[in-house]
Design a protein around this ligand. Structure first.
Ligand SMILES: [Zn+2]
Ligand SMILES: [Zn+2]
Ligand SMILES: [Zn+2]
Ligand SMILES: [Zn+2]
Length: 390
């Protein structure tokens, strides 16, 4: 031990500097010699304006009078040759991005109520008003960030749930959150190329991915309801994008399409309150069992009123009844909970490749359409309570 110590001492001695070094230039304590100091106008929000928080550009930051989107200003305490150029570069990027957003989105409605955020994977457009979230009052700008962060989190959860590599979801998704019907009535049809001015939400499910909605307060009274709505509908986009890209809802596989969207709604925001019916068929605020579907499904199973899988698994999304929506959710819950996301992913892939459901079901799970009911009903009885969870 003592020898080792001596050896280390000797090594240290012999490798040490033999000539005195040039004195280093003094480090600027204000900017650690980068020439840039964080812009003070963003206060607590500054960390959420950064790429580390999935924020690549924000329209409010771009319009900051002090930094014009650079999120930093020139250090007054030192001279740094690269600082001005770097600030200018960041400001130009931000300005070009925002000009393009204004032309592509705001120009359609001919007014500018919108805030914009470019996150890692989403383009978020929001005219949502201030709202109470939990116990906090959040202003429209913070709410914009919140939705971008929620969308990025949903994408991560989706990838994890189905054990997909991130490269399976590589398209950017455009999500427009209007406060007023008149804005969605213009943006929805123009950006998705479909639907009528009377809709609450419109989706384009490939090869571009767009969701546009407005906050109809009769069915979406608060922030939580809007969050659940966005989770439901953007899940449809992610499921459609999941390779091979295809919308399953009109291929007699509405139970997968709606079941997965409901499952994420429940997983992220605790209940299921959104339905993809033809808009005219659904009265604002219509729902099923307060959105708590596990006890409702258990009750129907106990009463012998469960629909058969064979009868549900031939419907398109817009043909499902309320009860069938609840069972589509429960089928997906059963498959994901009891048999894992990877198998379900394989089932979806086979269905998207046009394999008939009965063949896909057999090759992934070894069941027939008829034997599905038996394993499913047994599982429901073992896992769902008829009493609502407290
Ligand atoms: Zn400095
Ligand atoms: Zn911002
Ligand atoms: Zn600033
Ligand atoms: Zn849906």
């Amino acid at each position: 031990m003592r020898k080792l110590l001596l050896l280390l001492l000797w090594l240290g001695w012999s490798c040490g500097p033999s000539v005195a070094q040039e004195p280093a230039a003094p480090v600027c304590r204000t900017c650690t010699s980068t020439g840039l100091v964080p812009c003070s106008k963003h206060a607590k929000l500054l960390p959420r304006e950064q790429p580390t928080a999935d924020c690549l550009q924000c329209s409010v930051a771009t319009e900051c009078k002090a930094c014009a989107g650079a999120l930093a200003v020139d250090c007054k305490q030192c001279e740094h040759p690269g600082a001005a150029g770097e600030l200018q570069r960041r400001q130009e990027l931000a300005r070009q991005w925002l000009d393009e957003r204004r032309q592509k989105i705001d120009a359609l409605t001919k007014r500018e109520p919108f805030l914009h955020l470019r996150s890692t994977n989403f383009d978020v457009v929001s005219a949502l008003k201030a709202a109470t979230v939990g116990k906090d009052k959040v202003d429209p700008h913070v709410r914009l960030h919140l939705f971008a962060e929620r969308l990025e989190a949903l994408r991560v959860l989706f990838l994890q749930t189905f054990e997909l590599p991130p490269t399976d979801l590589r398209e950017r998704h455009l999500v427009c959150l209007s406060d007023e019907a008149k804005d969605h009535a213009v943006l929805g049809p123009q950006l998705t190329g479909m639907g009528t001015a009377n809709s609450v939400g419109l989706k384009l499910m490939g090869p571009q991915y767009v969701y546009s909605m407005w906050q109809d307060r009769r069915s979406l009274p608060d922030d939580e309801a809007v969050h659940r709505n966005v989770v439901h509908h953007v899940t449809h986009l992610l499921l459609s994008e999941m390779p091979p890209g295809l919308f399953l809802g009109n291929k007699k596989l509405g139970w997968i399409d709606e079941g997965v969207a409901h499952w994420f709604e429940d997983k992220v925001v605790g209940k299921c309150t959104n339905f993809c019916f033809e808009e005219v068929l659904l009265l604002a605020g219509a729902g099923f069992q307060g959105g708590k579907w596990r006890p409702a499904v258990r009750k129907l199973v106990d009463e012998g009123k469960a629909p058969t899988f064979a009868s549900v698994a031939v419907r398109n999304t817009d043909e499902l009844t309320f009860v069938e929506h609840a069972f589509a959710f429960a089928y997906v819950d059963f498959l994901l909970t009891a048999h894992g996301g990877a198998k379900f992913r394989d089932l979806v892939r086979l269905c998207k490749r046009d394999q008939p459901l009965r063949e896909a079901l057999h090759s992934v799970y070894g069941w027939s359409v008829l034997s599905f009911d038996e394993v499913f009903l047994t599982w429901v009885k073992a896992n769902y309570s008829a009493l609502p969870a407290r």
